[in-house]
Design a protein around this ligand. Structure first.
Ligand SMILES: NC(=O)c1ccc[n+]([C@@H]2O[C@H](COP(=O)([O-])OP(=O)(O)OC[C@H]3O[C@@H](n4cnc5c(N)ncnc54)[C@H](OP(=O)(O)O)[C@@H]3O)[C@@H](O)[C@H]2O)c1
Length: 244
C-alpha cells in the first residue's frame, strides 16, 4: 500500500511511519522538522517538508505528489499541536494557533489528498482527533474545541465520501507519551507508550474500523461522562480542575 502520513516527524506519526515501513508499505512522510525528515529518509522513507497551515505550499506539494505517485491508498492525517488556555489572560491568538495546527492542517491535507485517494481501488482516509473532544475539559478551550471540530469534520466526511467508496476512520487517542504530552504538568491516566498507540492504530486501520478510540479504560468513563447532564459534569469537572 502507498501510505501518506502527516505529522510524521515526531510522536505518534513517527511511530506509525516506522511501523508501516517495517511492514514493507511505501510510506510518504510529511512534516516540517528537517533533521527528523533526514532521519526518516535514512530509513528508506520518502519525505516531504511542508507546513500544512500554508495552503499554497500544500496545494503545490500535493500536485507534485500526484504527478509522482498518482494515488494514495491510505492517508493518516495526524499533524497537530496542543496549547492550554489561561482564562485569566485569554488570548485569541492562542486559539487561532491551535485551530491552525489541528483544523487548518487537517482541511488543507484533505483537499490535497482526496484526488490521490480517488485513484486508489481501496481508498482509506484516517484523521487523528482526540478524546479531548468528547467533553469540556479545564484549560482545553482551544485544543478540545479544535479536536471536537476535527471529529465532526471527519465524521461528516465519512458520510459524504461513502458514495465514492472512500472509507473514513476517526482516531481518538487518550494520553500517549510523546513530545506533545511531555509538556503536561498534570497526571495522565493510563498514558500509553507511543509504540503501543501506533500498534493499536495500525490494527484498527487494518480492520477498517470507523472509530479507533483507546485506551478502553479511559474511553469508557469519558464517554459515560459525556452523556451526563452538563450541570452534573460542570460540578465534577470543577472538582477535577487543577488548583493553581
Ligand atoms: N499524544 C497524545 O496524548 C495525543 C492524544 C490525543 C490526540 N493526539 C493527537 O495526535 C497527533 C500527534 O500528536 P503527537 O502527540 O504525536 O504530537 P507531536 O509529537 O508533537 O507531533 C506532532 C506532529 O505534527 C506535526 N505538525 C504540527 N504542525 C504542523 C504543520 N503546521 N505542518 C506540518 N506538520 C505539522 C509536527 O511536525 P514538525 O515538528 O515537523 O513541525 C509533528 O510531526 C496530534 O494531532 C495530537 O493532537 C495526541
Amino acid at each position: 500500500m502507498k501510505i501518506l502520513i502527516t505529522g510524521a516527524t515526531s510522536g505518534i506519526g513517527l511511530a506509525l511511519s516506522k511501523l508501516y515501513n517495517s511492514h514493507h508499505h511505501e510510506v510518504i512522510a510529511i512534516g516540517r522538522n528537517k533533521q527528523a525528515l533526514i532521519a526518516l529518509e535514512n530509513e528508506g522513507i520518502e519525505v516531504w517538508q511542508l507546513d500544512l497551515v500554508d495552503l499554497n505550499s500544500t496545494r503545490s506539494t500535493f500536485q507534485k505528489l500526484k504527478e509522482k505517485h498518482g494515488l494514495i491508498d491510505l492517508a493518516i492525517l495526524n499533524a497537530g499541536n496542543c496549547e492550554y488556555v489561561d482564562c485569566k489572560n485569554f488570548n485569541a491568538e492562542l486559539i487561532k494557533r491551535v485551530f491552525d495546527a489541528n483544523i487548518i492542517t487537517l482541511a488543507n491535507s484533505i483537499e490535497g489528498v482526496l484526488p490521490l485517494l480517488r485513484n486508489s481501488h481501496n481508498p482509506h482516509l484516517a484523521g487523528v482527533a482526540s478524546m479531548a473532544g468528547y467533553l469540556p475539559l479545564s484549560r482545553a478551550e482551544a485544543y478540545g474545541a479544535s479536536k471536537a471540530a476535527a471529529n465532526y469534520l471527519l465524521e461528516t466526511l465519512a458520510i459524504d465520501l461513502k458514495e465514492e467508496n472512500i472509507m473514513v476512520s476517526v482516531i481518538n487517542p487518550g494520553f500517549v507519551k510523546t513530545p506533545l504530552t511531555a509538556k503536561n504538568d498534570f497526571p495522565m491516566p493510563f498514558a500509553l507508550e507511543v509504540g503501543s498507540a501506533a500498534e493499536i492504530i495500525f490494527n484498527g486501520l487494518a480492520a477498517k474500523k470507523a472509530e479507533i478510540d483507546f485506551p478502553l479504560r479511559l474511553t469508557i468513563p469519558m464517554k459515560f461522562m459525556s452523556i451526563l447532564p452538563r450541570s452534573w459534569w460542570r460540578k465534577l469537572a470543577e472538582k477535577l480542575k487543577r488548583k493553581d
